[in-house]
Design a protein around this ligand. Structure first.
Ligand code: SF4
Ligand code: SF4
Length: 252
């Protein structure tokens, strides 16, 4: 079998090995090869620079110039209201359970239909319950939108607002007051009763257009009662303080 292999050169005395030394006649050829490699690369690189100089500038001058976001951008959350000002949130906590980052805290409470003169606090939503405490921790939120998908009343939606940065952690936990939608024309801030003759489902069927005169009268009465309580409270406190001072003087 070895008889069929081609004959191998004999390197035993080094006579047939290729030379590794450059001779004087090789040098100009080597220099031309080196320049030939560098020059086209440099010219090509500067070509890119020159071409880029005349392209449209893409740098954004933020925050002086703010670019509008995509219409469905996931930004800061908002707790929406019904057209009469009652809150859409019914305190069900589904948003908190859906949140993968555990960023939402909800504490529900029962709405109170007791008349104000009997100590009732009023109604915040048309449902049985409302969100008494509502917080979103923007240090945890990843803006995935699962919470707004979970909300059964469309109380929770996301706005296009994205400037959520601060120099301390506490200010990035947004409270219900910060998240609630602003009062718009025709609305009356909660608490107040539902529109007379309407049920909870009528609110979701779009049958309520704005706050009624009856609701406004209730809110005005409530405000007057609160103001009267506020006026009597300091007077009572002053009387108590005076009595305590008199008692103290008598004891001394
Ligand atoms: S957007 Fe996602 S991470 Fe942020 S509060 Fe909603 S569910 Fe949680
Ligand atoms: S925002 Fe929606 S899901 Fe969350 S507690 Fe309120 S009603 Fe329920």
């Amino acid at each position: 079998m070895a008889d069929n292999l081609p004959a191998q050169p004999d390197h035993s005395n080094g006579a047939n090995l290729p030379s590794t030394r450059h001779t004087r006649t090789d040098e100009p050829t080597a220099r031309a090869g080196w320049l030939g490699e560098i020059l086209p690369a440099a010219v090509g690189g500067f070509g890119v620079t020159w071409a880029t100089m005349f392209r449209k500038v893409l740098t954004e001058e933020y925050p002086e110039e703010k670019r509008p976001t995509a219409p469905r951008y996931h930004g800061r959350h908002q707790l929406n209201r019904h057209p009469d000002g009652l809150e859409k949130c019914v305190g069900c906590e589904l948003c908190a359970w859906a949140c993968p980052a555990d960023a939402i805290l909800v504490e529900g409470a029962d709405n109170d239909d007791t008349p104000a003169e009997e100590g009732g606090t009023g109604r915040f939503s048309p449902g049985e319950r409302y969100g008494r405490v509502y917080q979103i921790n923007y240090l945890r939120c990843i803006f995935c939108g699962l919470c707004i998908e979970a909300c059964p009343t469309r109380a929770l939606t996301m706005t296009n607002f994205y400037e959520l940065a601060d120099n301390n952690r506490a200010d990035l936990i947004f409270t219900k007051e910060q998240l609630l939608a602003p009062i718009q024309q025709g609305m009356l801030p909660a608490p107040h009763p539902m529109v007379a003759g309407m049920e909870e489902r009528d609110y979701y069927l779009g049958k309520v257009a704005e706050a009624t005169d009856e609701q406004r009268a209730w809110a005005a009465e409530q405000a007057a009662a609160d103001a009267a309580d506020g006026a009597t409270a300091p007077a009572t406190a002053a009387a108590d303080a005076a009595a305590m001072t008199a008692e103290g003087g008598a004891a001394r």
